[in-house]
Each structure stands twice: as C-alpha cells, then as structure tokens.
Write a protein that binds this ligand. Sequence first.
Ligand SMILES: [Zn+2]
Length: 344
Amino acid sequence: MYNIKKINYYLNNILSIASPSGYTNEIADYIKEELHLINAYYYTTNKGSIVVTIKGENSENERTFSAHIDTLGAMVKEIKASGALGIVPIGGLDMNTVEGENCSIVTLFDKTYSGTIQTIKPSVHIYSDARTLKREAENMEIIIDEIVNSKAQVEALGISVGDFVCFDPKTRFTENGFVKSRHLDNKAGAAILMYAIKYIIENNIALPYDTNFVFTTYEEVGHGAASGIPENTKELIAIDMGAPGKGQNSSEYSVCICAKDSSGPYDYNLRKRLTEICINNHISYKTDIYPNYSSDASAALKAGYDVKTALIGSGIYASHGYERTHMDGILSTLDLVIKYSCEK
Ligand SMILES: [Zn+2]
C-alpha cells in the first residue's frame, strides 16, 4: 500500500542535497517545493525548522513528529601555506570514516569546489608513520582539486575560513532493498516524514488530533528541536535512527523504539502504546537502548517543553560513518508513524 518508488524518490533527492548543520537552506527549499506539490500547509520558524500541520478532530491536544534534516559535515578552519585546507568537524564525526573521501567546499558567496580529505601524511611511500598517524581533525586536511600551492592562490578562489565542507554521500540502492549512504541519519527519517505527510493528505485520512510534522535543523549540534515545537503538543515523537551493532537489539529491518539513551528514559506510557501498535498491526519492531545518543526529543525536553517523548527509526548500521539500512526498516517506521497518527 505504500509506494516504495515514491519513498525512494524522496530519499534519493534528500540524500543528494548536502545539508551539514548550519547550511540547510537548500534542503529546506527542496522540502518546501515538495510540500507545495502536495498542498501541505506549513510555516518556517526563525531558526529554519519547517512545521507542517494536518488538521484533525481535536485541536487542543496536538501530536508532533520531528525529523532532522541537518547532517554531519565540516568547516574550513585554516588555509595552509601549502594551499591545503585545515578543517574542523561539525557534529559527532569520526575522522577515520572520511579519510580519502571526496568532498565539496562551498564558499560564502556560493561557489563550489571539489577536493579530497586526506591525512597530512597520505602516502606510504613517503611517510613511515602514514599508517599509524592518529586520524583526528588536526591530522586531516583537504586537498583542493585546483592548481594551487599557496594561501594566496586559495584565497583568490574565494575560499575562506568558515566555508562549509560537505562529504560525498555515495548513495547506493541495491536491488534487494538495502540503502547505503552517508547521512541516512537522518535523511531516512526525513524521507519517511515527507512520505507520511503525502500519504495522509492524498488519501484524505481523517486524523483524530491536529498532527504536526517538523523538519528540524541543528540536531547534530544538539539544539534542533529546542525551539519550534507547536505549543499544544502533548506527545512528541522524534523519527531518527536505531543503532544496531554488538550488544544492541536494533535492526536494519525493523522500526527501533528507544527505551533509553544518554539523555535518560523516554516516556513509558507512550513507548508502551507505540509497542502495542506494532504488536497489533504486525509491524516488525525492536526495543533498544543507546549508550551514546540523544535526540531532538531530548533537546525539546531540555529546552523546557512539557511533552511526552518517544524516539523511533529504522536501524542504521555504522552510524556517522558510511551508513546502511534496509527498506524493511524504513517501511516499518513509516507504518508505525501512520498507524499512530490514526490512533484515537
Ligand atoms: Zn540523527
């Protein structure tokens, strides 16, 4: 009943638009374009979150979903005398995972250059410690794909400190349902939210409560949903990623329901209801705990919103690296979003 082609259309487009925290205008414009096409009512907050509201029977107790559209990335910290660029990460990046990756440098006045992220000792034929050098930001730099060998030449290109660095997402859809890409955290969640809005509007589904769908920015740096949650919200569900791995219960093939992360336990009763919806509708789900994780729902609570919160999402393997998930996990998450939205 869900149109997988359309979900993949949204997912592929969202993955292809770079959106490190702080540089999200382009992806926001894309989301707004798609919202126009389906006649969804929305507004944009000062900080840049997009809030879509679909009216329901009850307007006093609203329900809100959030999905962040910002991702990891980097920023130019220094133009070196050699013409290479020193960088600083944006969000919880593991530098090991970006070594040798293609990237683009976006200047303040919208010129884009390509480059490669290398260590400062990238050749084993030259540096005897090339293999053992610690992969941390100070030891990594960008080699720009331009003929430059001085700071002045790089500056002449219009590149300066503070320019955003976007990593090549390397998106691949396999025939058996896997999606591999950087930034599936949380572009998978954003695509699910986008499709859920379309599905509810186009099928004229009657919702029991006014339901909001918020695309947030700045989640990866900790304060995404600290503002912009509609004030009558009683329940806030963050759609983000599950974290499968050693000792974890999450799965790429299920919707993962978070019981607790570093910010503490999520609302007990809301989690119970979401779990019951999965059981009653035969939605494949996994409950899990994340040791190094906090979400937009945690950001909203810390900001003082008086809401019950939950965190759900498809399991994303190798999160904050080159990530992978499966359409089964995406569809299970979508199904839970739709079934919860319809629940009285
Ligand atoms: Zn996330």
